[in-house]
Design a protein around this ligand. Structure first.
Ligand code: 13P
Length: 251
């Protein structure tokens, strides 16, 4: 299985800067055994798409979506609208949305189903807070979040899902999760996926996210059950992100 690296710009880069980032990144030498995507703000999807060129690298991702096809949902964007720009992936349930916008497990589940139906791969983000880990509840919390998020999904849907484990305390803090702790969590996640989807559950990519950078990316990617990474801060500079991709897969 190819390793998957997804950049998450979060609320950075409108259309002008997004286009410049993509054009700069296209000059980077990239390992062939990596699948690379970049999650851009909705308003920057057209510019990002236009700057991609024929190679289509990186793939495009969105950072959020609404679950209905169309209708009276002011301010929202449907999966079909994302599809018009050739969006391959869409993040759902990022902890920043759960914390600042009240996104619930139920909403995450509906978004994931709508994406899968449209042929966009949902990237389901889950992770415990620092307090939950301190209390020893992290495995229970993450299993429950994942179980709720995948309730309506099909293992063999037309757009295979992706899971991203992002411990909230590791996001943007420089305090990355140890590979031992990440390994334990990824094993627990894999077990939930296999229980629900059988053999197909073994093939669902499970990414790690939270303070990933050029120093730790290779360690994560060589850890059992870590199939890729979701990168925030270290993806904002296209050259640094190119270096991160090369470091992830030496030679
Ligand atoms: P950082 O890489 O900045 O810690 O962000 C991780 C993240 O939230 C990616 O979705």
């Amino acid at each position: 299985m190819h390793k998957l690296i997804i950049a998450n710009w979060k609320m950075h880069y409108g259309p002008v800067k997004a286009g410049a980032w993509i054009r700069a990144f296209r000059r980077e030498r990239l390992p062939k055994e990596l699948e690379i995507a970049v999650a851009v703000p909705h308003v920057s999807l057209p510019a990002a798409r236009a700057s991609l060129g024929r190679a289509g690298v990186p793939l495009l991702a969105a950072q959020d979506v609404f679950w209905a096809d169309e209708g009276a949902f002011t301010g929202e964007v449907s999966p079909a609208m994302l599809k018009e720009f050739g969006t391959s992936f869409c993040l759902v349930g990022h902890s920043e949305r759960r914390a600042h916008l009240g996104e619930t497990d139920e909403m995450v589940a509906k978004k994931a189903v709508a994406l899968q139906k449209t042929g966009i791969r949902p990237v389901i983000c889950i992770g415990e807070t620092e307090a939950q880990r301190k209390k020893g509840e992290h495995l229970k919390v993450v299993r429950a979040e994942l179980t709720a998020a995948i309730a309506g999904l099909k293992g063999d849907g037309q757009a295979p899902m992706v899971v991203a484990y992002e411990p909230v305390w590791a996001i943007g803090t420089g305090k990355s999760c140890s590979t031992e702790d990440a390994k334990q969590m990824h094993e627990a996640i894999r077990a939930v996926l296999v229980k629900k989807f059988g053999k197909l559950g073994e093939e669902i990519p499970v990414l790690y996210g939270g303070s990933v950078d050029t120093r730790n990316v290779a360690d994560y990617l060589s850890t059992t059950n870590i199939d890729g990474v979701l990168v925030g801060g270290a993806s904002l500079d296209p050259r640094q992100f190119g270096l991160l991709c090369r470091t992830a897969m030496p030679n």
